[in-house]
Design a protein around this ligand. Structure first.
Ligand SMILES: [Zn+2]
Length: 114
């Protein structure tokens, strides 16, 4: 790949992500939207035109090679752009959330049992 096109090289990698994993619809690479980028990795969001599911792909440019990994997500493009900078949840936050859920379920069960 010519280095002059390196800034758009992530679009080349999208040729290998050409089908929606949910409905097998064909992705239109031109619809892919970039939402984060650094020297080696580019994060791209795609919306399936057939089933409206979302897909996020990380495209890595390493040396002369291009690699990609992707996953189905429930994040819209705006969500992905907004949330990717956030810190991951800590173990303490997960335990706190679990406890809150458990308490709410406990209160809920008290109401239903009356
Ligand atoms: Zn689809």
């Amino acid at each position: 790949m010519p280095s002059s096109k390196k800034s758009e090289s992530w679009r080349e990698a999208l040729k290998f992500i050409n089908r929606c994993p949910i409905c097998s619809g064909t992705y239109n690479g031109k619809e892919a939207k970039l939402f984060a980028k650094n020297d080696t990795a580019t994060l791209v969001h795609m919306t399936c035109a057939e089933c409206a599911s979302y897909f996020v792909a990380m495209v890595l440019v390493v040396g002369q090679g291009v690699s990609s990994v992707g996953m189905v997500t429930d994040l819209s493009f705006d969500d992905a752009r907004r949330l990717y900078r956030e810190e991951p949840l800590s173990t303490d936050e997960m335990i706190e959330a679990h406890e809150l859920i458990q308490k709410n379920l406990f209160i809920h069960s008290l109401i239903l049992n009356r």
